[in-house]
Ligand binder design. Structure first.
Ligand code: MIG
Length: 826
């Protein structure tokens, strides 16, 4: 490119000195040289730092700022999509360069070259999305390695995501740190906690964009806390490597999340059993207690799919062992559990007991897969087993080795694995002179600890935040290799952006308080729209013993969250759903039953999520970005597009205020009452009731109560159709495990509602759960008749109290159901 602007830049460059290496923050300065390649534009600056711009797709801009001017190997633990960026087209506009994908459509970057380099990123319509703040331009400190950038902000721009944060729904005016931390019993507001997902979705005037800051060092986001006019993000080392997801023409949150998950990967469809109710505690032991817990679920007819083995099952906390006293015959025990319709998940920590008699330790030592100190020694630190060595999960060989260790447990019948303590967290030696700090730096490896970094050797300061994710990866990939026919189920406490490719995430050691219950909604919805679909919080709170009321409300609030597990600390009161007597036992049963009623819907949402990146659990603003009242709403959530859940999260409450987002109307799931979008209502919420609403026009697949997912094939589905608007619904089914579904072994049946006519499209197949009934909700008076494919049917039931009509289908060969005239549908 020969142009006056570029010649002018070259002249400036000639007269400009090279970068000073002083230990101070310095800004980029002006552009001194422009280097064009097919799909990157590199700008050398007067500070000596280089800036590189690329378009990973027409609407996604990647910016890299490298103080050392040399871009090394392009390496990221987060990024899954390694396809080449788009070809670029660069034009000039006065003193600025305009960069866009050569295809023409999509976002653009306006580069102001002088007097200082400033970037402005515009959407497909040419509207500003993100702009450098000239008052605080991108800067770095060559001596410490620190680097940061600031963007202009309007006071009404809100920010969501950031992974797992114990913070309110929108994170505007928050300062957040990214440093995976073992924070038992964390108080609401404590930051950071276990996960690092440096991705957020911004929302202003109903329009979204996203930013992903792909940097694994300790990093921070100041989202207008220090100054409402800008936000800043930076890190203590590494490149300033970030992606701006401009959201295409729609600028919808869904578009942004689709692009973020296209880059960092999508959570695969879990095995169906992992969506069932799960029961855990620290720890169920000995085997007789496990048997008795499992049996009590069945005796009391409280549905459940999974039982957990926390650290107490092991022999002196040696991983992949069983206590010979408490679990002398694990294979038999697991076989019995399977026969009873249960799956088993065992905890597996990263710490490997330093013990010359422990084969796993010896093997790891011989193979050289453990993390090392700067002096090259094995790093040893104390955790549950005493002194431990730790696999270097940033080393391919270590991951592969660790993955093989699962073989024995799989053979015995363990179904899924739970990776804990992988921030990594280690015990701090008691120190009489210092207070116990929740963020004591000694609670993890020393920052100069060495890691392989998959060929990019580096310190723990660089790789700390990916240690947990790479452990989950070792587990996931190990399971894939050992049982290629099964969908792995992995649960992890720590993680980094992209963790969704390997594991479900739970929110660690929360506490048995009402505040923590309320916090689950902003926490889980934000974690979910950070790309992680399978998320949950310990029901009842990990530390402490909840009142019976709190536990019941928590079970209800969690009944429709993706990962539903009761778990509690070692010193807590028994917390099985039946332990608090009447009336709680019956109400708790009903909450878990509700979960099973909606399982076909939840499973359908998971199948969709694998394809789209849009998670089942959604905050209101995600579906209703144009509704200002939805943007801060943190006491309700959506499951898919069609269910609105408004749990009671305050002690003693027996009614609650519910907000119905603008643009759709809603019906009470229980009595059919219609609520207009944009309105509030005070709804009754006695202890036994979870306020639950269905969007009008929706067709939601439900099933009768089963005791575990293994029974689903035996019961027919119902499409529950909310009259009052036109709309669509579907139900997805497959084998519930395995990967046949990726080769066409699945069925999606569709329903579409036009007025009071429901069209069904049910592909013929005998293999899947049968569609056996349709239920219309919002039918105020008894219909004169119902017509199925033109034939009048008199055999239907009507319930005026619930405003429901139920029609049983004699076969799946049905195309059209008409709730015939005469019906008044309010
Ligand atoms: O130091 O395995 O968050 O769920 O029960 C505590 C024992 C270690 C922390 C986990 C918790 C688990 C517990 N673990």
């Amino acid at each position: 490119m020969r142009s006056t602007l570029l010649r002018a830049i070259a002249v400036v460059a000639t007269f400009c000195c090279t970068a000073p290496a002083a230990a101070a923050w310095q800004t980029l300065g002006h552009v001194s040289q422009v280097q064009r390649a097919d799909n990157t534009l590199t700008l050398l600056t007067s500070s000596g730092a280089a800036v590189r711009i690329a378009f990973t797709s027409a609407d996604v801009v990647r910016v890299r700022v490298q103080p050392a001017a040399e871009f090394g190997r392009d390496f990221s633990y987060a990024v899954q999509d390694r396809s080449a960026p788009a070809r670029l087209r660069v034009t000039e506009d006065g003193q600025a360069l305009i960069v866009r994908a050569a295809s023409g459509a999509g976002a653009s970057v306006r580069v102001t070259t002088t007097p200082q380099l400033l970037l402005e990123i515009l959407d497909a319509r040419g509207d500003r999305v993100v702009a450098d703040d000239p008052a605080r331009p991108t800067a770095f400190d060559a001596a410490t390695g620190a680097i940061e950038t600031s963007k202009q902000r309007s006071p009404y721009e809100l920010y969501y995501g950031f992974g797992e944060k114990a913070l309110p729904m929108s994170r505007h005016q928050q300062y957040m740190t990214m440093w995976n931390s073992d924070t038992p019993g964390y108080a609401p507001g404590l930051d950071p906690i276990y996960q690092t997902i440096p991705f957020f979705i911004a929302l202003r005037d109903g329009k979204s964009y996203g930013v992903f800051f792909d940097n694994t060092y300790r990093s921070y986001f100041d989202m207008g806390k220090t100054d409402a006019a800008r936000y800043t993000f930076g890190a203590s080392g590494g490149e300033l490597d970030y992606y701006v997801f401009t959201g295409g023409a729609q600028r919808s949150p869904a578009e942004v999340l689709r692009d973020y998950t296209a880059l960092t990967g999508r959570g695969a469809l879990p095995p169906l059993w992992a969506l069932g109710y799960q029961q855990s505690r620290y720890s169920y032991a000995p085997d007789a207690q496990v048997r008795q817990i499992a049996q009590t679920f069945r005796d009391k007819k409280i549905p459940a799919d999974v039982i957990y083995f926390d650290i107490g099952y092991m022999d002196d906390y040696r991983i992949f062992t069983w206590s010979p006293q408490d679990f002398p015959e694990p294979k038999n025990l697991l076989g019995e559990l399977h026969a009873g319709g249960f799956h088993a998940v065992t905890i597996v920590d990263p710490g490997i007991k330093v013990d010359a008699k422990f084969a796993i330790y010896r093997d790891g030592r011989e193979r050289g897969v453990f993390t090392r100190t700067p002096a090259g020694e094995e790093l040893h630190a104390t955790v549950w087993p005493g002194l431990c060595a730790f696999p270097d999960f940033t080393k391919a060989k270590a991951r592969a080795w660790f993955g093989t260790l699962y073989a024995g447990f799989l053979d015995q019948g363990v179904d899924g694995f739970w990776n804990d303590m992988n921030e990594p967290g280690v015990f701090v030696p008691a120190d009489a002179n210092e207070p116990a700090l929740v963020h004591d730096p000694r609670k993890t490896f020393a920052s100069d600890t060495r890691h392989d970094g998959d060929g990019e050797p580096g310190t723990h300061a660089r790789y700390h935040n990916v240690y947990g994710m790479q452990m989950a990866r070792a587990t996931f990939e190990g399971l894939q290799r050992l049982r290629p026919q099964d969908r792995p189920f992995v649960l992890t406490r720590a993680g980094y952006a992209g963790v969704q490719r390997y594991a479900a995430v739970w929110t660690g050691d929360n506490a048995s308080t009402w505040d923590h219950l309320a916090l689950t909604i902003p926490m889980l919805t934000n974690l979910s729209i950070s790309g992680v679909p399978l998320v949950g919080a310990d029901i009842g709170g990990f530390t402490g013993s909840p009142s019976a009321e709190l536990y019941t409300r928590w079970l209800q609030a969690a009944a429709l969250t993706p990962f539903m597990r009761t778990h509690s600390a070692i010193d807590t009161a028994p917390r099985e759903p039946w332990t608090r007597g009447a009336p709680f036992e019956a109400i708790n049963r009903a909450a878990i039953e509700l979960r099973y009623v909606f399982l076909p819907y939840l499973y359908t949402l998971f199948a969709q999520s694998e394809a789209s990146g849009i998670p089942p659990l959604r905050p209101l603003w995600f579906e209703y970005p144009r509704d200002p009242a939805a943007r801060l709403r943190d006491d309700e959530y959506l499951v898919g597009h069609d269910l609105l859940v408004a749990p009671v999260v305050h002690e003693g409450e027996t009614k609650r205020r519910v907000y119905f987002p603008q643009g759709d109307a809603w019906r009470d799931w229980e009595d059919g009452t219609r609520h207009e979008g944009g309105s509030f209502a005070d709804v009754a919420a006695p202890l036994e009731r979870l306020p639950l609403f269905v969007r009008v026009g929706a067709s939601v697949p439900t099933q009768p109560v089963v005791q575990h997912t293994g029974e689903m094939l035996r019961v027919p589905l119902t499409f529950t159709v909310a009259l009052g608007a036109d709309g669509e619904g579907s139900v997805y089914a497959d084998a519930g495990n395995g990967f046949g579904y990726r080769h066409g072994e699945s069925r999606t049946a569709r329903a579409s509602l036009r007025g009071t006519t429901l069209h069904l499209d049910i592909p013929k197949s005998e293999k899947y759960q049968r569609i056996g009934a349709v239920e219309f909700i919002g039918v105020a008076t008894k219909p004169a008749a119902i017509k199925i494919d033109g034939k009048t049917v008199r055999d239907f039931s009507f319930d005026a109290k619930t405003q429901r009509v139920r029609v049983v289908l004699s076969s799946e060969d049905v195309r059209e159901i008409v709730v015939s005239p005469g019906t008044r549908s309010r």
